[in-house]
Design a protein around this ligand. Structure first.
Ligand SMILES: [Zn+2]
Length: 505
C-alpha cells in the first residue's frame, strides 16, 4: 500500500537525519544494499536493546558465550548450510537481472503453492505460468540454487565461510559445556554476535541485511525434560497473544490472549519446555520496550517449517511501515545439529542415559537485533502536533538512547559546576546522559524530544539558592522542581516505571 511505503520512508529519513542509521553503506562509494552503519544514537539504542536481552537471558539462567564469526567449510558441510542454505534464483537471459524465483512466483501467481518445490519444478512453474523478467519482459533462464553464505579463505587455500547464524558455532562447544555444567542437563547458553547472509538484492532497508547482529539462546536437554519442565509452573497462568496455525485464514490473524496452561491443554504446544521458550521470547520483546498490543506470537503453518523442526512460532511486531514484521523465531531443532556434528567431527556429542548414549535435543530462540531496532523507532514515532512543533520519538525510558539530558541554564561557571556534578551522578547510576549547553532551554527540549530522551534536568540560579532542579517529562511536557539530593533515586524510579511522573515530587 502506498501509505505504508510512505511511512517507512518517514522513519528511514528520520533515522538518517537524527543519527540512528545511515546507508546503504559505504555511502560515499554509492552504497551496497544490505549494509548499514549505526550512527551514535542507533548504537546507543542497540546497546540498550542488547542489555535488555542479556539481562532477560541471564535471569532465565542462560550463560553467554562468544565464538569466531569465521569457520572452515567442514563445519558448514556438517551443519547442512553448504548444501541446504540456498535460495532458488533465475537470471533474465536478456538483461541479466537476477531474481529470487520463489519470490517472483509468489508475486506473480500467488495462488500457486510452491512450498518444497525443487529447482526443476520451479523452472516448470515459471514456464507454465508464463512469468517473464519484470524489468525488460525478457525470458527467464533456468532456476538454479544459490548459496547464501559468504565465502572467504584462511591462509592460502583453506575454504571458510562467515557464519550465517550464531547457533552452529554455539553447538560446536557442546563438549566444553558438558564440563562447565558438570555433565548436568539441561544446559542453557546464548550468544550475541555478527552473522552474514549473502542475500540476492535485499530490499526493505534495515529489515533485510547481509550483515547483522544475531541473538540466539539455546537449551540442550533430554526428551523427558521437554515434557517435565519445572519452570513452566512459574508462567502457567500468564497470558500470551497467540495465533495458532489452525486459526490462520484470511483476515483471521488477530491474536487471542491465551493462558499458557490452557494452550498446553488445548494442544497448541506439545511440550512445556518449548512453551516456556515461547514465553521467554515474548518477555524479551516486552523488555525491549514493545507494547503488548504490538506483539503477537504466530505459529508456523506445517508447510512453513524447516524439515527437522517439530514446531516453530514467530514473534511478530506490528509496524506502521510494513504491517506485521517477523522478528524472532522459536525453534524445536530436535537433535539434528548435534547428531550431524557428532557424525562429521567423529567426536562424542552425547550424554549417557541409563548407560546408553543419547544425543540431547535443542530448543532455540533466535533473532536479529536490527529488526526490533527499526520496529521500535517505527512504534515510537509521534507526528508533529499543535502542542509540539516537531515530530518526536516516544521511546520507553528504559531503552531510550539518551535517558536523561542535563542543561545548565547558561554556560556560566557558577551553573556549569553544579550541572556537571549532577550529570556525573546520573552517569554513575548507570544511565546514559547528555550534557547540553547550546541554545535556549526550549530549543534544547525540542532536540531531546526529537531523539526520544524521556527526561531533562535544568540547573538554574534557584539551584544555587535552594538546591532544587527542574525535571521535565517528555511525554506530558510537565515540569516539577525537586531537590537535587532526591534526583537520582527519583530518576531511577521514573526510568524503571515504578512511579508516574504525576506523583513525582
Ligand atoms: Zn530482463
Amino acid at each position: 500500500m502506498n501509505s505504508e511505503r510512505d511511512f517507512s520512508d518517514i522513519i528511514t529519513s528520520l533515522a538518517k537525519k537524527r543519527g540512528f542509521f545511515w546507508g546503504p553503506s559505504p555511502e560515499i562509494y554509492g552504497g551496497i544494499s544490505g549494509f548499514y552503519d549505526l550512527g551514535p544514537l542507533g548504537k546507543l539504542l542497540k546497546n540498550r536493546l542488547e542489555n535488555q536481552i542479556r539481562s532477560a537471558f541471564v535471569r532465565a539462567n542462560f550463560w553467554e558465550v562468544e565464538c569466531p564469526t569465521v569457520s572452515p567449510a567442514e563445519v558448514w558441510k556438517a551443519s547442512g548450510h553448504l548444501d541446504g542454505f540456498i535460495d532458488p534464483v533465475t537470471q533474465c537471459t536478456k538483461c541479466g537481472q537476477v531474481y529470487r524465483a520463489d519470490n517472483l512466483i509468489e508475486e506473480k501467481a500467488p495462488d500457486i503453492n510452491i512450498a518444497g518445490q525443487s529447482v526443476e519444478q520451479l523452472s516448470e512453474t515459471i514456464t507454465k505460468v508464463g512469468i517473464v523478467c519484470p524489468s525488460c519482459k525478457g525470458t527467464l533462464g533456468p532456476v538454479e540454487t544459490y548459496n547464501l553464505m559468504m565465502q572467504t579463505r584462511l591462509g592460502l587455500d583453506q575454504d571458510a565461510y562467515l557464519r550465517p547464524e550464531t547457533a552452529t558455532t554455539t553447538y560446536l562447544l557442546f563438549k566444553r559445556f558438558l564440563t562447565f555444567f558438570r555433565d548436568k542437563l539441561p544446559m542453557s547458553v546464548f550468544q550475541i554476535g555478527k552473522a552474514y547472509r549473502n542475500e540476492i538484492s535485499p530490499r526493505q532497508g534495515m529489515l533485510r541485511l547481509r550483515e547483522f547482529t544475531q541473538t540466539e539462546g539455546q537449551i540442550f536437554l533430554l526428551e523427558k525434560d521437554e515434557l517435565e519442565w519445572p519452570q513452566f509452573e512459574d508462567i502457567k497462568n500468564e497470558k500470551l497473544p497467540l495465533v495458532t496455525y489452525q486459526a490462520q485464514g484470511k483476515d483471521k490473524l488477530d491474536p487471542v490472549m491465551t493462558r499458557m496452561s490452557e494452550a498446553i491443554k488445548k494442544g497448541y504446544f506439545q511440550k512445556p519446555a518449548y512453551a516456556w521458550c515461547v514465553h521467554l521470547a515474548y518477555t524479551i520483546f516486552c523488555k525491549m520496550g514493545f507494547s503488548e498490543k504490538k506483539i503477537r506470537l504466530r505459529q508456523h503453518l506445517p508447510t512453513e517449517r524447516a524439515h527437522y523442526a517439530a514446531d516453530a512460532w514467530d514473534v511478530e511486531i506490528h509496524t506502521d511501515s510494513f504491517g506485521w514484521v517477523e522478528c524472532c523465531g522459536v525453534h524445536d531443532r530436535g537433535n539434528y545439529d548435534l547428531t550431524r556434528h557428532q557424525e562429521f567431527s567423529k567426536e562424542n556429542l552425547h550424554v549417557k542415559v541409563d548407560k546408553k548414549p543419547v544425543v540431547p535435543e535443542v530448543l532455540e530462540i533466535a533473532f536479529g537485533i536490527e529488526r526490533p531496532l527499526f520496529c521500535l523507532i517505527d512504534n515510537s514515532f509521534q507526528p508533529e502536533s499543535e502542542e509540539r512543533d516537531t515530530d518526536w520519538l516516544r521511546f520507553p525510558p528504559e531503552v531510550a538512547p539518551i535517558q536523561v539530558a542535563v542543561f545548565p541554564l547558561m554556560g556560566k561557571p557558577e551553573l556549569l559546576g553544579p550541572a556537571t556534578e549532577i550529570f556525573n551522578q546520573i552517569m554513575d547510576a548507570g544511565f546514559v546522559s547528555q550534557f547540553d549547553t547550546g541554545g535556549s532551554i526550549g530549543k534544547r527540549y525540542r532536540r531531546q524530544d526529537e531523539v526520544g530522551t524521556p527526561f531533562c534536568v535544568t540547573v538554574d540560579y534557584t539551584t544555587i539558592e535552594d538546591g532544587t532542579v527542574t525535571v521535565r517529562e517528555r511525554d506530558s511536557m510537565d515540569q516539577v522542581r525537586i531537590h537535587k539530593e532526591n534526583l537520582v533515586e527519583g530518576l531511577k524510579n521514573l526510568i524503571r516505571g515504578t512511579i508516574q511522573f504525576s506523583s513525582f515530587k
